[in-house]
Ligand binder design. Sequence first.
Ligand code: AMP
Ligand code: GLY
Length: 425
Amino acid sequence: MKVLVIGSGGREHALVWKIAQSPRSNRIFCAPGNAGIARLAECLNIKAEDIPGLLDFARKDRVDLTVVGPEAPLTAGLVDQFEQAGLRVFGPSQAAAEIEGSKVFCKELLRKYGIPTGGFAVFNEPVLAKEYVREQPLPVVLKAEGLAAGKGVILALTVGEAVGAIDRIMVEREFGAAGDRLLIEECLVGQEASVMAFVDGTHLSPMVPAQDHKRVFDSDEGPNTGGMGAYSPVPAVTEDLYEMAVNRILQPTVEAMAKEGRTYRGVLYAGVMLTAEGPKVLEYNCRFGDPETQVVLPRLNSDLLEIMEACIDGSLDRVQPEWSDKTAVCVVMASGGYPGDYEKGKDLQGLPAAAAFEGVTLFHAGTTEKHGCVVTDGGRVLGVTALGDGFRDTIEKVYSAAGQIRFEGMHLRQDIGRRALEAQS
Ligand code: AMP
Ligand code: GLY
């Protein structure tokens, strides 16, 4: 089977890596891919947002299955266009992807169906929003409605900060059209976890949970990033909490989406806060998480393509994905300056030495090849994933491997997985 993976990050490298292990795949393409993906797949010079270009390629090259990594092509309707052209594609339709594309749609759906989430109000002009925040308990969370690459979320500790955030989002339009409407949310307190599930429209098969590390610096300091590392399993997600997340959050959401005429197929990712009252939804994503995928897929013992095909065919109840008891930890190595401005084109050294560690896989993110050398080409450059037994050994292994890698200006968190280790000891 010919498979096309869309995207160019660490998540897509992990997808390609897992798909390459499937007996069903015999040729893999990736658009546009990166230097790591290029070792496993034929990389195409087509951007992930170029739906006509992707469609043209998939049609002409008779691609059997297309797998979409990032949210942008999903919310832009890639899946609908591929299906109309008679092509098989793994991911939600545009109407279903709105669960990530519009935070207002998501929160209103959760409220309508009584799915646990924090309180919220929606505003389309700043004056009323400012009046509202003056009456709310602090802190409050302010969000631009639309996609803002994870950056449109502001936690305000004071009324002054909240008013400033309203101006930034709605008046100065820092996040462009994403700021047409503003959400003001109750601030939820607890540990965060990511619970992703395969969904076939009706049935759901949950994956093992993961925890992301969103802040740029150790001990969760500094600005939010796309994710600086992840681990799985998550000791804070006990069996009870996991069941609650699946039965009270994910399953009712799949049912709600079907009732709304937005049948959900693909990966549904619930970002949950483990509050004192149980897990509550922070956000939904319509795709695999990055870097969660880099710790979840290494724990999947089953054939990923079989599961994806069952999602498309509505037969997910007939496959039983198997997960290993191993521990996975992924440490992201980022360019100097990220999540702000950074330079590209820095030589990466030590990759073979890092990859030589048993159980270690390097998932490239922002890399490209130049004159036969791998150089940096993005903010998050590389994710080093180790698979091992327990957190102590796995963390030691992942940092030993990461310690082999060098590039000018690089930075990485030194505390990925520490919280899980402390919880276990
Ligand atoms: P989102 O893009 O909505 O997931 O928000 C990004 C991050 O902001 C989340 O992963 C949380 O760390 C934080 N966050 C978002 N909403 C809330 C909330 N209601 N309460 C507390 N933290 C939040
Ligand atoms: N790691 C967070 C996300 O994929 O949205």
